[in-house]
Write a protein that binds this ligand. Structure first.
Ligand code: FA5
Length: 341
């Protein structure tokens, strides 16, 4: 029996050493030390051994059991350590691998231009106010002094949505919303999409405008000029000059078109300049003193307050800032174009 124990113990120690995983180690434990394992099998023969021999055999069996358990504990620790090493190695990030090329999105030039405009006027105390794109005929036309049969309606070919509802043709519609909903002083900036039946290299059926309105006691034309000059210099550079040319818009009196000096030519216009076509000036917006009729519709007393308003096309400004030759490029979603901003 001692020989059997010797053979079993030696074999078990070899198997423990040879185990390559925690599972195979557990199999060795079950086959040697388990209830029906090798050791129990050998000890079943203990009954046929003389009583005087039994303590010695029992001691040898316990000694093998201890040795095997000790070897298993060591092996288990070593297998667990190896498994942990393997797990750490498999989770390690190889920072030497070249990264995959990713396409990064960017803001559309119309968005960046609108934000820049709002930021400049924000510094002068203008709040942003928005209105709906589907507007009533009344607020888009009638309330801003463009009655039904007024020829100015032809200046802006309109998309009609239904009786009395249009896609707004200009952000001037928000002017009246502001005047009717606020007490003066009013100093607001209204950015948004507008719609006209119009399409070529400089006109799009959907485009964006920014409207400005300042109503208070004693607001003068010179205030308008000062505000617009500040804006033009912030946007196009400190050397920029502006000029006002008389013009007609039904909602202002007097009205003007405002040009900025060509930032490409500087102080001396060049005949061949493609930006200003040799004129030295670029038209950027319409403006003027708020017509007294608008104050009457809004319930203000025109003897008490005055105001100025202006409206500019955002695409036009973005084209000038980024030298974009065709407005339609901005609406085609071509990543080769958009990737440049
Ligand atoms: C107006 O829309 C007036 N509401 C502006 C205004 C506001 C004047 C307040 C006085 C007081 P106008 O139709 O000129 O004006 O349009 C203003 C700007 O919008 C133009 O200078 C131009 O830059 C831009 N614009 C006009 N039509 C289009 C179009 N189809 N596509 C792109 N931009 C356009």
């Amino acid at each position: 029996m001692l020989d059997q124990l010797e053979a079993l113990g030696g074999k078990a120690l070899n198997e423990v050493q040879a185990a390559t995983s925690l599972d195979s180690l557990e199999q060795v434990r079950i086959s040697v030390l388990g209830k029906k394992g090798g050791l129990s099998e050998v000890l079943k023969g203990l009954g046929s051994v003389p009583a005087t021999e039994r303590p010695k055999i029992g001691a040898v069996a316990n000694e093998w059991k201890r040795k095997i358990e000790e070897a298993m504990a060591l092996k288990k620790a070593s297998l667990e350590g190896a498994a942990l090493d393997q797990e750490i190695r498999s989770q390690r990030i190889d920072i030497t691998l070249p990264s995959r090329f990713s396409h990064r999105g960017a803001l559309h030039p119309i968005t960046t231009t609108t934000r820049k405009i709002a930021e400049v006027f924000g510094r002068l105390g203008f709040d942003v106010m928005t209105g709906p794109e589907a507007e009533t005929d009344f607020l888009n036309f009638e309330a801003v002094n463009i009655p039904k049969d007024h020829p100015a309606r032809d200046m802006q070919d309109t998309f009609f949505l239904g009786p009395g509802v249009v896609l707004r043709t200009h952000t001037s519609a928000v002017q009246m919303r502001a005047l009717r909903s606020r007490e003066w002083p009013v100093r607001i900036l209204c950015p948004g999409a507008v719609y006209r039946c119009d399409q070529d290299a400089t006109h799009s059926p959907m485009f964006h405008q920014v409207e400005g309105l300042w109503v208070d006691r004693h607001v003068k034309m010179s205030d308008l000029k000062g505000v617009l000059e500040f804006f033009a210099r912030e946007l196009f550079g400190a050397e920029t000059r502006i000029r006002l040319r008389p013009s007609y818009f039904p909602f202002v009196e007097p009205g003007a078109e405002v040009d900025v000096s060509c930032f490409q030519c500087g102080t001396s216009p060049k005949h061949e300049c493609r930006v200003c076509k040799g004129t030295g000036w670029l038209e950027i917006l319409g403006a003027g003193m708020v017509h007294p009729k608008l104050f009457e519709v809004a319930g203000y007393d025109p003897r008490e307050v005055t105001g100025f308003a202006f409206g500019m096309g955002v695409e036009r400004i973005a084209m000038l800032l980024h030298r974009i030759p065709d407005l339609r490029l901005m609406f085609q979603g071509d990543v080769r174009f958009l990737g440049q901003f």
